[in-house]
Design a protein around this ligand. Structure first.
Ligand code: NAG
Ligand code: NAG
Length: 282
């Protein structure tokens, strides 16, 4: 009798263990603070055995049948939650901002390092995770999507793209540009170059100006963290005025911006060596 009930208790314990391992809360996300209300139910692949390294791999594994939304990826050791833009081709979103949203982008080095905001809305994924994603042997493309107040979409991409480690102050490296937005990161029409710049926040000044660019205010709103020169030809982290040279500025306000990444495909069906005259598609 006693034996039977203790065996039953063991079984009960075992089933409890299996259940708790099977529930979605069991996933230890390094950036769980970007998931509001610990909303594990909204994760597209929480029950998977091994996590893909980025959204593009999820789209490929599903043979193109994945929806936009939240997914777990594992670029290095730690699983993290990200928003995947599947419609545009399997992009991992690393930044999203809505002009005048309540999410504060005027943050410290530590906040920019591990990310802030809400992953299915306005957020910064985190310099450390951007580095983990892009700093390995897999090469990435950076995509920039800008939407103006009258809903006009501009698109640009840099290939390759990588964020160096914290020891290099999360320096940005971007390659060849194409798209119908302005090339605001490598063209210095505004006399500012963002390529190769270190990251600056209000508490860590790595820019080329005599003051801290992240603290400079426009209508009372500081610039926020960015890869400043002295200071900016582009800044997608100023909450009140999203800035991207002539595409997004005070005169031509933008409502939304996204930064997203996907790996360079080395086995494309079309010739990889495009004619240099196609570099800018207008
Ligand atoms: C720019 O390119 C994007 C992506 O190809 C496209 O959706 C958008 O309509 C284009 N915008 C303009 C103004 O041509
Ligand atoms: C954001 O707010 C400012 C100040 O109220 C306003 O001038 C600007 O047009 C707003 N931007 C957008 C894109 O709505």
């Amino acid at each position: 009798m006693l034996l039977r009930s203790s065996a039953g208790f063991m079984l009960f314990l075992l089933s409890q263990c299996t259940v708790s391992l099977g529930t979605k809360e069991a996933v230890a996300l390094a950036n769980a603070h970007l998931l509001p209300q610990r909303d594990y139910e909204s994760l597209g692949n929480a029950n998977d055995k091994d996590y893909p390294r980025d959204c593009f791999e999820i789209l490929q594994r599903s043979k193109g049948n994945s929806r936009d939304g939240l997914y777990i990826i594992q670029p290095k050791e730690e699983p993290i939650v990200v928003f995947c833009n599947m419609q545009d081709g399997g992009w991992t979103v690393i930044q999203h901002i809505t002009a005048n949203s309540t999410v504060d982008f005027d943050r410290t080095w530590q906040d920019y390092k591990y990310g802030f905001g809400s992953v299915h809305d306005n957020h910064w994924l985190g310099n450390e995770y951007m580095h983990q994603l892009t700093g390995s042997s897999v090469q990435y493309i950076l995509g920039i999507k800008l939407v103006s107040l009258n809903a006009e979409v501009k698109w640009g991409q840099y290939e390759p793209f990588l964020i160096e480690g914290e020891e290099s102050q999360y320096r940005i490296r971007v390659g060849l540009y194409k798209g119908n937005a302005t090339d605001a990161l490598t063209l210095d029409t505004e006399a500012y170059l963002h390529d190769n710049q270190k990251f600056t926040t209000k508490d860590r000044d790595n820019d080329n100006y005599f003051m801290n660019c992240a603290k400079l205010e426009l209508n009372g709103v500081p610039g926020g963290g960015w890869w400043y020169d002295a200071c900016a030809g582009a800044n997608l982290n100023r909450r009140n005025v999203i800035y991207w040279q002539k595409d997004c500025n005070k005169q031509r306000p933008c409502k939304f911006a996204w930064m997203m990444i996907k790996p360079i495909e080395h086995h494309q069906s079309y010739p990889a060596k495009a004619c240099p005259c196609q570099k800018v598609e207008l």
